[in-house]
Design a binder for this molecule. Structure first.
Ligand SMILES: Cc1ncc(C[n+]2csc(CCOP(=O)(O)OP(=O)(O)O)c2C)c(N)n1
Ligand SMILES: [Mg+2]
Length: 296
């Protein structure tokens, strides 16, 4: 993926998520939602390296991962709207997506044992596939995470754990919930861990490429901890952080602002207007789609 494709992808995620938050109060979506605003560079940089049979597990904050995996915006809007054309026929909603080798689940930590199990199955089958699993800082309070890390290490699962450390879980800052060091949790199980403190998609892209190649070649687990920023509320309108704190993050670590200067102004403006039109038409198309019928 070149610089302009990475910008296009991040902008697509941004506009998709903004459209979700703008329209939620109109009652057009079912269930809940968790937007990926501010974290776009993680999905874009990491998932650019996938090979077709690789497997991705995501969590409640899954829209950005799904779009970066190659998922369709219309199908994702339709899924949130409960329409028959949705990713899962309108029955999964925002958090429960399955398409090709992409799986997401809203139960915190619940995806870890499944992801490790699938990684081990792929190893047994000698497919060469790598499994990636995204998890947040707030998920390290779940015991099943540690059972999964133990087996991943003991049985050498070809898996990359991607921790998106936005330093908050719902409204609880990480320092009120987590004792000790995040990377030390992986080290306790002899899982090598790399850290990044950046929202620069090129830095993430470069490190993730090396790590995924390494996991594939060595058939061993690895962890990548990315220090990142959540710009939006946890879900919808439930942000208790001071507005200045969020504004400061937007000023200093917006992945779009960091990456845009690498393109000409004309180029990124063209991408922005094309993507905005695509997002608006995907939203409109999904709004016009039918609801599933009983028995379908
Ligand atoms: C087992 C379980 N407990 C509680 C929740 C409710 N819940 C959803 S997301 C979340 C916080 C997640 O924080 P983190 O892992 O840091 O991810 P982030 O939202 O920051 O991306 C909580 C408590 C849940 N989904 N699953
Ligand atoms: Mg978090």
């Amino acid at each position: 993926m070149d610089s302009s494709e990475l910008y296009r992808l991040m902008y697509r995620i941004r506009r998709f998520e903004e459209t979700v938050l703008e329209n939620f109060p109109r009652g057009v979506f079912f269930g809940t939602t968790h937007t990926y605003l501010g974290q776009e560079a993680n999905a874009a940089g990491v998932l650019a390296h996938l090979q077709p049979n690789d497997i991705v597990f995501s969590n409640h904050r899954c829209h950005g991962h799904f779009l970066a995996y190659g998922g369709d915006m219309h199908a994702l809007f339709a899924e949130l709207m409960g329409r028959a054309t949705g990713v899962c026929g309108g029955r999964g909603g925002s958090q429960h997506l399955h398409w090709r080798n992409f799986y997401s689940n809203g139960v915190q930590g619940g995806i870890l044992p499944v992801a490790v199990g699938i990684a081990l199955a792929e190893k047994q089958l000698k497919t060469g596939a790598v499994t990636l699993v995204f998890l947040g800082d707030g998920t390290f309070g779940e015991g099943v995470v540690y059972e999964s890390l133990n087996l991943a290490s003991l049985w050498s699962a070809p898996i990359l754990f991607v921790v998106e450390n936005n330093r908050i879980a719902q409204t609880t800052p990480v320092e009120l919930a987590m004792a000790g060091d995040l990377a030390a949790r992986f080290h306790a199980f002899d899982i090598p861990t790399s850290r990044l403190d950046t929202s620069d998609v090129l830095e993430i892209h470069s490190m993730a490429g090396n790590l995924i190649q390494d996991v594939r070649q060595r058939c061993q687990p690895h962890a990548l901890v990315i220090h990142t920023c959540r710009f939006g509320p946890h879900s919808k309108g439930d942000d208790t952080r001071p507005a200045q704190e969020v504004e400061f993050m937007r000023q200093t670590c917006d992945p779009l602002n960091i990456h845009a200067p690498r393109l000409s102004q004309a180029e990124h403006r063209t991408i922005e207007s094309q993507v905005s039109l695509d997002v608006a038409s995907a939203f409109q198309a999904a709004s016009d789609d039918p609801f599933p019928t009983l028995g379908s």
